[in-house]
Design a protein around this ligand. Structure first.
Ligand code: UFG
Length: 350
């Protein structure tokens, strides 16, 4: 049996794809999730996890557990010897975080603190943290490398990512046997090629690709394009979209890095290529064979014109680089969306 890896928020979009890759790479993931965003399947197992079990013909240890439940977390660490922890759990809606800052700070920071403290008392000193390019704020230069200044983000969600990074960095400085890899994601999209797992936002999607996919499948009528007067190729916002399976493979590479007693390391996970909103819409029209109606709407507060990674450091030090192009990302997203028009739940509720 492979090394045990605790995956927090493992039923969610990125977490579940990482669980799948962990198993394929020979690890033994133990998954926790509180179902604040993920869909519960039959029994107490998350639907995403149940589908991975089916796909890989295996069983996955899953616990419904909230990281704010300190005694529950301590119990879990008593039962298992984890080689490392991958921390995905957290609230992640940018707009909501502006409206409910206290909730975001309390949940995201307390969850991270509980986890790190319980790791510390149980001698688990290897951590992969799900961070975000949002820590860079409005870029002062492009492409963005890891040396770009951080902390400039304006919303509470992004600040929690920044604060947690700082906490982990300080802990690694204080205790030399700690190792952590902070992964700054650009814009993860797409889905596993099986079409069995994918992103399933609850309510109206905040992010571009889930929204576009729901328009293509007929669940929403028309995309609002937030601004067409940016200084970009066609005036719409440019982002570095990365296939979620590539991203997940980056986490496996990060786990291997921890083995080198690397201390605290920071890597961008992106492709290095930027696509505009309208280019993405075109890509999804091609993948789905559907027309995607859109209208130009005002800019969304807090959005930057362009954001894309310099992904060189991850290639040099992790031996990882993104493989899948935009066409493949759109094809895989469409497969997931068309096979699961209402996501993980069977009935249409939104
Ligand atoms: N957009 C639209 N219409 C929509 C949704 C998005 O035009 O309905 C545009 C945005 O204005 C932006 C682009 O599509 O130009 C991408 O927007 P997303 O909301 O998909 O992604 P963001 O780049 O705004 O945010 C993402 C993650 C955050 C993370 C950030 C890091 O959602 O969690 O990247 O840079 F913090």
């Amino acid at each position: 049996m492979g090394e045990k890896i605790l995956v927090t928020g493992g039923a969610g979009y990125i977490g579940s794809h990482c669980v799948l890759e962990l198993i394929e790479a020979g690890y033994h993931p133990v998954v926790i999730d509180n179902f604040s965003n993920a869909v519960q399947g039959e029994g107490v197992v998350a639907e995403s996890i149940r589908r991975i079990e089916k796909l890989l013909n295996t069983t996955i240890e899953f616990h419904q557990l909230d990281l704010l439940d300190r005694p529950g977390l301590e119990n879990l660490f008593k039962k298992h010897t984890f080689a490392a922890v991958m921390h995905f759990a957290g609230l992640k809606a940018v707009g909501e975080s502006v409206e409910q800052p206290l909730r975001y700070y309390k949940v995201n920071l307390t969850a991270a603190m509980n986890l790190i403290e319980v790791m510390q008392t149980n001698n688990v000193r290897n951590l992969v943290f799900s961070s975000s390019a949002t820590v860079y704020g409005d870029p002062t230069r492009l492409p963005i490398d890891e040396q770009h200044p951080v902390g400039g983000c304006t919303n509470p969600y992004g600040k929690t990512k920044f604060f947690i990074e700082e906490i982990i960095k300080d802990q690694c400085k204080a205790e030399k046997d700690w190792n952590a890899v902070l992964l700054r994601y650009f814009n993860p999209i797409g889905a596993h090629s099986s079409g069995l797992i994918g992103e399933d936002p609850q309510g109206i999607p905040n992010n571009l690709l889930p929204y576009v996919a729901q328009v293509a499948v007929g669940r929403r009528q028309c995309l609002s394009v937030f601004g067409d007067d940016y200084d970009t190729v066609d005036g719409t916002g440019v982002r570095d979209y990365i296939h979620v399976v590539d991203l997940s493979k980056g986490h496996i590479a990060a786990l291997k890095k921890l083995k080198e007693n690397c201390g605290c390391k920071v890597y961008n996970l992106g492709t290095g290529k930027g696509y505009s909103v309208l280019q993405v819409v075109k890509g999804m029209e091609k993948a789905s064979g559907k027309e995607i109606p859109y209208k130009i709407a005002p800019r969304r507060g807090g959005d930057v014109a362009s954001c894309y990674a310099d992904p060189k450091l991850a290639e040099e030090e992790l031996g990882w680089k993104a493989e899948f192009d935009m066409e493949r990302m759109c094809a895989d997203l469409w497969r997931w969306q068309s096979m699961n028009p209402t996501g993980f739940t069977k009935s249409t509720t939104s």
